[in-house]
Design a protein around this ligand. Structure first.
Ligand code: ADP
Length: 270
């Protein structure tokens, strides 16, 4: 394949084929270029904490440190190691989501149980710095893969906590949609996002503010994971945001039903 092959086929089959093939090659070039960018991004993201770690190891082995200084340097080294662990774990999650077929939802999950569990995690992360309001008793059941849905909603809440300044509000709510299914929204009173960034937010490693993302432990892969999960559940991720007006991330989920009356809630395990 390549420009040579294109010329041969064009001569043999005429203009119609030229169009088809040039499109095909452009697609391949785009895919190759995306793969190259991805590898470059991953290498960069791994190299940065490694360089910092190497620097600390050098410091510890060449300078006499007091016990307090030693403690501090070990703490900083631990942060870098954790950053790499989170990155590798997000990369594995993404690879699994991209490489496996869309799952058949095996059971109906209780949204209330899922939200209660995620709210507890978000409150622990916020440590009292935000007011986190979670709609209770929705009586909604979702058809899906519990671990994936948990990861999607947890990523949105973790973003809301990480980007919203102290004293801000974060809301988690469910709304039925007229044409079936419903949407789970995570809204915050954070800084908001300028319109030009919105279409690219769920691209791998796309960040509006790289330093804020890294400082708070972000990998730049969270929204990419969320988008894959929701698409695998037949839905979509919608983002509404304006600078100064906060942000609202919505998971539109078509496979939802009201809990049949009289039935006990099916567990999303705590
Ligand atoms: P990250 O690990 O950087 O948070 P994400 O994929 O989760 O990666 O998000 C991509 C970018 O979108 C973030 O770097 C940040 O700039 C922006 N973003 C995500 N959520 C919010 C939010 N709730 N408020 C403001 N900006 C956000």
């Amino acid at each position: 394949r390549g420009p040579g092959m294109l010329a041969v086929i064009v001569r043999r089959y005429g203009e119609g084929m030229k169009l088809v093939l040039s499109q095909d090659i452009t697609e391949r070039e785009r895919a190759d270029s995306m793969r190259r960018d991805f590898v470059a991004n991953v290498s960069h993201e791994i190299r940065t904490p490694l360089t910092v770690l190497a620097g600390f190891i050098e410091t510890m082995s060449s300078l006499p440190l007091s016990p307090a200084e030693r403690e501090r340097v070990l703490g900083l080294m631990d942060q870098q190691a954790q950053r790499m662990q989170t990155l590798v774990s997000d990369l594995l999650t993404l690879a699994q989501l991209e490489g496996s077929p869309r799952p058949a939802p095996d059971r109906w999950l209780s949204l209330d149980a899922l939200l209660a569990r995620i709210a507890a995690e978000a409150r622990a992360l916020s440590a009292g710095r935000h007011r986190i309001a979670v709609q209770e008793d929705t009586q909604v059941e979702l058809a899906g893969i519990e671990a994936e849905l948990h990861s999607a909603v947890a990523n949105l809440l973790s973003n809301a906590v990480r980007y919203t300044p102290d004293g801000g509000e974060i809301d988690l709510a469910w709304r039925w949609l007229p044409d079936g299914g419903g949407e789970l929204s995570v809204s915050d009173t954070g800084p908001g996002i300028a319109r030009e960034h919105l279409p690219r937010l769920s691209e791998r490693f796309y960040r509006v503010d790289g330093s804020r993302s890294r400082e708070t432990g972000g990998t730049g892969l969270g929204l990419s994971i969320v988008k894959h999960v929701v698409q695998r559940h037949g839905g979509e991720l919608q983002i509404q945001s304006e600078p100064g007006q906060g942000s609202c991330f919505k998971l539109v989920l078509p496979a939802a039903r009201a809990r049949p009356s009289g039935e006990a809630a099916l567990g999303a395990e705590a």
